[in-house]
Structure formats: C-alpha cells, structure tokens
Design a protein around this ligand. Structure first.
Ligand code: C2E
Ligand code: MG
Ligand code: MG
Length: 568
C-alpha cells in the first residue's frame, strides 16, 4: 500500500548499493542517482544494518556477490527468509555466468553483468525490477484476504473461470463452508480467538486444495467458497475438520455447515453455482453440529418456485389475489366458550399455483423485506373488517395482526398503525398485535422499547409462538405484553408428554403471576381443550373450534353466538 502511494505521488525511491570496492559503489551510485536516492554499504553486515533501518523506504538493492565479512549469497539468503524483507527486489552484480544462476535461484530479481559499461541498460533494469515488485504487491494485496491469505471473492471467481477454460471436462464441486453461529464465537471468546478459528479453517482448506488442486476464497466473515474437483467424502472431511479443531483450539466447540453443489452445471455462470451451494448451506439440518446439505433437484425446484412467488407478488397485490382469513379465539374461563377475538391470517389464491400457504411465502418475503408490503395490506384489511363487524353486529371483535421482525425496525411503525386505526374509526385497544417470541430474543432492548411505545398508544401486544425461541423466564418478567400465545408444538404433545404438560402448567403459573392471559393455539381435539381448561388456560385458538375462514364464514360464527345469547 505504502509503495503504491509512493508511486502515485512520484516520491523518490531509495536504492541501496552494496559493493566492497569504492570505485564500483561510486560508479553505480552515479548512474542510479539520476532517478533514485542512493545509500551505500561496503559489505553484507553493514548492508543488513541499513536494510533493517530503512526497511520501509528501500525500493531495491544492488548487491555485489564477492565481499568480505558477509558475502552477497549469505545476505540474499537472509533477506529471502525474512517475511518483512523479502519483498525488496535484489539485483546481483556479477561477472560470472554460474553466479547468475545461483543468485536467481536464491531469489534475486535480476542481474547486471560487470563491468558497468551501459548506464542506460542498468537504469532500465533497475526501473523494471522496482515496478514489477510494486505491481506484485498491488496484485497480492487485493487478490488475497489479509487474514487468511486465501483469495478474495472477485479474484476467486476469475480464477475459477480460468480453471474452467483449461479443464472443460473436469467434474467440479462448488462448496460453501460456514462456521455455525460464528458471531457468538466472536462475542464469547473475543475477536482474536475468532481470527484464530478463521485462520485454522483456512489452513485446513489449503491442505484440501493441495490435495485436489482446487481453489478457495474467504467470501465474507466466516463464509468460505471452495471450487474443487468432485469428491464424495464430504461427511468424513467435516468430521476430520471438527476433530482437528478440537485438538488445536482449547475448549473448541466449533462446528461447520457445508453446502455442496456437486458436478456443477458448466453452462451456468460461476456466481450462480455458488448461489446454489449457498442455498444448500442455508438448508442444512443443524446449527449445533457439523452437517452438510447437497443442492439437488428438489432444492432447485423450490428455488424456482420461490423465484416465481417473489416475481408474482406485486401483481398479486394489484390483482387482489391475497385474501385475509380470520381464525377465532375463544375465551374458555366460563361455562361456555365465548368468542374473544380473531387472528388475521393471509392467504394467497394464486391463479396458477392455487392456494399458497403463508408458511411458503412469509419466511421468503421476510428475507427480502417484501413482507412489509403484505403486512400493511393485512393491517388495513383487518382494521376495515373490525369496522364492518362493528357496524353490522354492533360489537367489537378485536383482531390480532402479525407484525414481522422487519416492521419493528420501521421508525414509522406507530404512526402507520395509528393512522390505520384512526382512518377506520377504531380505538387502538380494538386492535391486537402479534410479535413472535424469537423477535424478542434477537434484539430484546430495541423491541422492548418499541413494544412500550405501542402499548402507550393503546395497542395490545401478544407474544406469539412462546416456547419456540429462547427467552428466559426472567426475561419474560421484564417484557411488556398483554397476552402470551403458547407455541403450537406444546399443545401437540400436551396429552402424551408429561414433560410438556408440566411446562405448560409452569408457563400458565408464571403468566398468572404476571397477570397476563395465556392463549393456546393449535388446539385440535376435545381432549386437548379439556386438559387446557383444567390447568387454567384462558383462551383457545385452533381447528377444534374453527380453521381460519373467510370474513363471510366468520359472520356465521358471530351470528351463531348471537343466536345463543338470545336463547339464554
Ligand atoms: P402464526 O401467527 O403462529 O399463526 C398460526 C398458524 O397456526 C396459522 O397458520 C393457523 O392456520 C395455524 N393453526 C391454527 N390452529 C391450528 C390447528 O389447530 N392445527 C394446526 N395444524 N394449525 C393451526 P397459517 O395461517 O398457515 O400461518 C402460518 C404463519 O404464517 C403464521 O403463524 C404467521 O407466522 C405467518 N403469517 C400468516 N399471516 C401473516 C401475515 O399477514 N403477516 C405475517 N407477517 N405473517 C403471517
Ligand atoms: Mg400469529
Ligand atoms: Mg403462532
């Protein structure tokens, strides 16, 4: 970097002339000083002193071979073995052919034959050696990642393409290798430890490359790309890596995930091949143990399907292909279940794909931010629906809407919600917001602040999918919420697993202590319903009462309840 800057600013470079004969020093000094600043040494020892002192300034060394005290060969060897000094090009001064060969083998950049009778040639050789060395530094600096010495992504792709040109028939694999939960490794053990882990992984990758003649780069942080001739022992390879980490790094619980796109399609571009390996990598099974996943036709079809969903979304909104369904929540505290509220759940009636469930597109749209548009649509629809029911039946059926993680970071969130509620003539407490538990654990401080603001405005906030994330019980006590929705997973096994039943009882106990109602979702059977009622659950949502239904169907549920009220 320093050298590049010097070249750009046209700063005079320094050249060291090492020769035991004063005449030679003077003569060479005279020739070279036209373009360079010159310093002198009369033997190897003095030269080494000056080199170490001027290490950063020196651009070139002109070195005589036969000298007393320390000769040129010895000095050359010392320089080339020293990582800080080996970048300085050395031109040897010699009168013998055999010496030329030996010094080039020792790492000399060039040689100048004695006697020095062609000053222009000498100057041209000096200039060329300096430029070559500087270019080499520039290339090396951008070509490789400073920490690991592996290629940077851009150069890696270029070398992969070059490889393909020469080895057109070779079966190649594209691999993406990541370290599981690397941000936590850094957080728990410090950056230095994290760097050691990355360097060790890079060393292991280098060993693989030496075996296979492959290429690799560090793409970003803990993500490594590898392009290697096909092999089918990746399971063993991962196990080997984990083992080496265990013995090389104390208290290491490092594990990896590997995405493999094997026998790559040479007709698609290199970036796309690694996109596929990356997709397989994000599709791995576990984030706690080392595992790998292979890109296959199923993944390929899913990728195409997802692409279609993404590209169709805007048109679908315009053409009103999205519909909001409502699933009732019943209060079961009294003798008879009473309709308490409803959850708004989006449905996509796609003209070619039929009914697409939100499980297929919400996580996808959460990744690329499109979900916000959908959420806003659902929020408006839900508010308008509450108003319609209010007008039609003279009562409020509060509706909860799902708020995505990305919405929480929207600075205008409160304002948007206030406007939606206001423009439909509603009060904020008629409108409920569901925020999934994992959002709380991702960034608890920011989300707690946001939820506090929303509740101050009068909105009620329910924590969705409680038990699926990792919030601790004491964190629960600090959370500002109005209801706790138990994750469906617990309900599924509540009748068969003693442990899950105990867990639900424990949560209900805590919720009671915090004065917060508990909602159980995913209740499908009478047995589950009765058990939940017995242990003190407040509200139930699930197929046992009703699936999510269209607003017209939901009207019937309200009407049925009104009829019952009249009869009583
Ligand atoms: P969620 O918010 O936890 O919604 C509950 C899901 O459980 C719904 O699935 C619902 O249909 C389903 N469910 C309710 N009762 C039962 C039951 O008894 N048995 C079974 N097996 N399932 C039941 P759905 O509608 O497919 O939605 C899935 C997820 O998609 C939702 O989970 C929510 O996270 C997300 N989602 C749905 N609509 C929206 C939306 O408008 N915005 C956002 N951001 N996410 C949404
Ligand atoms: Mg929900
Ligand atoms: Mg839920």
């Amino acid at each position: 970097m320093e050298k590049t800057a010097r070249r750009e600013k046209n700063i005079r470079r320094q050249v060291l002339v090492v020769d035991d004969e004063l005449v030679n020093r003077r003569l060479l000094g005279f020739i070279v000083s036209r373009d360079y600043e010159v310093i002198y040494a009369e033997n190897g020892i003095r030269a080494l002193e000056l080199i170490r002192k001027n290490e950063r300034l020196l651009s070139l060394i002109l070195l005589d071979l036969l000298m007393p005290e320390m000769d040129g060969y010895e000095l050359l060897e010392i320089l080339k073995a020293d990582p800080a000094l080996k970048r300085i090009p050395v031109i040897v001064l010699t009168s013998e052919k055999t010496a030329e060969v030996k010094s080039l083998q020792l790492g000399a950049a060039d040689f100048i034959p004695k006697p020095y009778d062609m000053p222009e040639v000498i100057l041209a050789r000096v200039r060329r050696s300096i430029e070559l060395a500087e270019d080499n530094i520039i290339i090396h600096e951008t070509e490789t990642d400073v920490l690991t010495g592996l290629y940077t992504k851009q150069f890696f792709y270029q070398y992969c393409r070059q490889h393909d040109r020469y080895c057109i028939d070779m079966k190649m694999d594209a691999l993406v290798l990541n370290i599981n939960r690397f941000h936590l490794v850094n957080e728990l053990h410090g950056r230095e430890y994290g760097n050691r882990v990355l360097m060790l992984l890079a060393d292991n990758i280098r060993t693989l490359l030496n075996e296979t003649n492959g290429l690799a780069c560090r793409c970003e942080a803990d993500s490594f790309f590898i392009y290697t001739p096909h092999r089918d022992d990746y399971g063993e390879l991962l196990a080997e890596y984990a083992e080496r980490f265990r013995s090389a790094i104390e208290s290491s619980r490092i594990s990896f995930r590997l995405g493999i796109y094997e026998n790559v399609d040479m007709s698609i571009d290199i970036e796309q091949r690694f996109d596929r390996a990356n997709l397989a990598c994000t599709n791995r099974r576990s984030t706690y143990t080392s595992s790998y996943a292979v890109y296959d036709t199923q993944l390929h079809e899913r990728e195409l399907y997802n692409e279609k969903l993404i590209s169709d979304m805007d048109k679908a909104l315009e053409e009103k292909q999205f519909r909001v369904f409502y699933q009732p929540k019943y209060n079961i505290k009294g003798d008879k279940p009473v309709l308490a509220s409803a959850e708004a759940l989006i449905r996509w009636i796609h003209p070619e794909l039929g009914m697409v469930s939100p499980g297929a597109f919400i996580p996808l749209f959460e990744e690329n931010g499109l979900v916000q548009k959908l959420d806003h649509f659902v929020w408006r629809e839900a508010a308008a629906q509450i108003k319609r029911w209010k007008d039609k039946y003279g009562r409020t059926v509060p509706v909860s809407v799902n708020v995505s993680r990305i919405d929480i970071y929207d600075a205008q969130l409160e304002e948007k919600l206030r406007e939606i509620v206001r423009s439909n003539g509603l009060e904020p407490n008629e409108y409920l917001l569901e925020i999934t538990e994992s959002a709380y654990t991702d960034n608890s401080e920011q989300i707690i602040d946001k939820v506090n603001l929303l509740r101050k405005d009068g909105f009620r906030v329910e924590m969705d999918d409680f038990g699926s994330g990792y919030s601790s019980l004491n964190m629960l006590a600090a959370l500002p919420i109005d209801a706790l929705k138990l994750d469906m997973q617990f309900i599924r096994t509540i009748c068969s697993s003693e442990k899950d039943l105990k867990m639900v009882e424990l949560v209900i106990g805590i919720a009671r202590f915090l004065n917060v109602p508990v909602i159980a979702e995913g209740v499908e059977t009478e047995e589950q319903y009765l058990l939940l009622k017995k242990i003190g659950c407040d509200i139930i949502q699930g197929y046992y009462f009703s699936k999510p239904v269209s607003p017209e169907e939901f009207n019937k549920l309200i009407e049925a309840e009104q009829k019952e009220e009249l009869l009583c």
